[in-house]
Design a protein around this ligand. Structure first.
Ligand code: ZN
Length: 198
């Protein structure tokens, strides 16, 4: 990596630390940025800074938003008694795209993975339990069908069932290990409609 000047090396290093960006892509991006007009690069860095400093977790469902409450949680027309639990904001977006779900969400920001050392305390689980003190009739667990997603679903259902709230799991029409965001809307809808009570 000593082929280029220190600043180029530093830029490549920073870019390659981003998820999904290998060293080759990082080099390509770095050279692309260097060749852009200064104001374009400025706009990009401004946007990143603005997003980073204003985007935060919704105080209710923990999705990303730039307000205290996200548009879904602030929408009184939504059914606030049904909470769909998803692993990340991208999964929420996938279900929103179907346009057929009128409940609210809870974003865990991860899944339990003993292998990776991610425990229940590392995801937004106690925040979910806290929400159940309100008026909640059903919790739909829509974590991925990966080992981690299933482990998390089991854990949540064991936690919630004694409280007397209906707990259901989306149907297993969703391919094993498939990220929810890569699944088409029809499959998601079928998974939601075919959910089974745990
Ligand atoms: Zn929200």
């Amino acid at each position: 990596m000593d082929l280029y000047s220190g600043y180029i090396n530093k830029l490549i290093e920073e870019l390659s630390a981003l998820p999904g960006i290998g060293i080759k892509s990082a080099q390509r991006l770095a050279f692309y940025l260097i060749n852009q007009p200064v104001e374009n690069v400025q706009r990009l860095t401004d946007t990143i800074n603005q997003a980073r400093s204003t985007v935060r977790y919704c105080s209710e469902c923990y999705t990303l938003t730039d307000r205290e409450k996200c548009p879904i949680c602030s929408n009184t027309a939504r059914n606030h008694e049904t909470i769909m639990v998803v692993e990340n904001p991208r999964d929420l977006a996938a279900y929103e795209k179907t346009g057929k779900y009128d409940g609210v969400y809870h974003v865990l920001h991860g899944a339990i993975s003993p292998m990776l050392g991610i425990g229940p305390q590392d995801i937004k689980l106690k925040e979910l339990i806290h929400r159940l003190e309100g008026d909640v009739k059903e919790v739909i667990i829509a974590t991925n069908s990966s080992l981690e997603g299933e482990t998390t679903a089991m854990y949540i259902s064991k936690l919630i069932k004694p409280v007397g709230i209906k707990v259901s799991r989306i149907a297993s029409g969703v391919p094993v290990g498939g990220d929810l965001e890569n699944i088409d809307e029809m499959t998601l809808l079928r998974a939601l409609e075919g959910r089974v009570e745990l």
